[in-house]
Design a protein around this ligand. Structure first.
Ligand SMILES: [Zn+2]
Length: 103
């Protein structure tokens, strides 16, 4: 359950047995870069008001979510509103407007 670190070890293990030396070097370097880079700015657009909202997301976490992990487990550092934007493409403001709660 150690998250991405465990995953990397697994990948490195697999590469040790399959693929050429060059292949391994090239791919492990890429894996390392992805991990050390960590969170990247991702822009998600609200499809209702068209606002572009910047989110700081680790691409590996994003991938995990795409592969079926619960978004709250994959990206616990996002706020509920940010997660909603990724799931439904609706920003916090529009979400509030659509579902009642007038201020
Ligand atoms: Zn909006």
């Amino acid at each position: 359950m150690g998250g991405s670190q465990n995953n990397t070890n697994k990948i490195l293990d697999v590469l040790k047995y399959h693929g050429t030396i060059d292949d391994i070097r090239d791919r492990t370097l890429k894996e390392k870069q992805m991990i050390t880079k960590n969170k990247e700015i991702t822009v998600a657009m609200c499809r209702v008001c068209g606002t572009n909202i910047e989110l700081l997301v680790d691409p590996l976490d994003f991938e995990a979510w795409q592969e079926g992990k619960y978004i709250q487990d994959a990206m616990p550092y996002l706020s509920a509103g940010e997660r909603e934007l990724l799931i439904s493409g609706t920003c916090d403001d529009c979400w509030g407007k659509m579902f009642g709660e007038s201020c």
